[in-house]
Design a binder for this molecule. Structure first.
Ligand code: HEM
Length: 157
């Protein structure tokens, strides 16, 4: 595929540095997994709390909505690091990842995760608990599925 070859040639200096320097490959992979630990960890904990709030307990609901509002900035910050390190991982082996169905399925799920995050924030603002609980379940499933596809990418791409 000419586009893939052109892109692969364009990022050759980076892919050669990445494949010859353990320091660089460890640093980028750590950035990817560290951001997953922070962003995914906080998101999953918040989703669990959303599902544990007793329905109709106005006090608990109000407290949780305040907590939730404070988590998005950290999760979005961590996702920015995940995406930037992900682009560097992609550029380390364009010929493999650009034609990988696993890679593009993972990117589709990452977009779904971002979309679900927007729906979650909208449900929060309207204190629509049904929609909030649904988006928490979807978020939990997406974080796990994306992580699974990330590991499949390393092991089977
Ligand atoms: C929520 C978002 C994401 C999560 C949870 C995630 C998770 C992971 C995990 C767990 C791995 C395996 C790492 C290893 O075992 O060394 C991985 C690998 C990878 N990820 Fe992600 N990732 C995310 C987003 C992205 C994005 C947005 C990109 C690209 C723009 C990306 C590109 C890659 C690539 C190319 C690899 C394979 C690296 C290799 O073979 O060494 N990821 N990801």
């Amino acid at each position: 595929m000419p586009f893939v070859e052109t892109l692969s040639d364009a990022v050759k200096p980076w892919s050669e540095l990445y494949s010859h320097s353990k320091v660089v490959s460890v640093a980028v992979t750590f950035a990817h997994l560290g951001a997953l630990l922070v962003g995914g960890g906080i998101a999953v904990a918040a989703d669990r709390s959303t599902l544990r709030v007793a329905a109709g307990d106005a006090d608990a609901e109000r407290r949780h909505l305040l907590d939730l509002a404070g988590t998005h900035r950290v999760v979005i910050g961590a996702l920015v690091v995940t995406v930037l390190s992900g682009v560097l991982l992609f550029a380390s082996d364009v010929e493999t990842f650009a034609v990988s169905l696993v890679y593009w399925s993972k990117m589709a799920l990452v977009l779904a995760l971002l979309g679900n995050g927007l729906l979650m924030q909208r449900a929060e603002r309207g204190a629509r608990w049904g929609a909030l609980r649904r988006s928490a379940v979807i978020s939990l499933a997406l974080w796990l599925l994306i992580t699974l596809l990330g590991v499949v990418l390393v092991e089977a791409a």
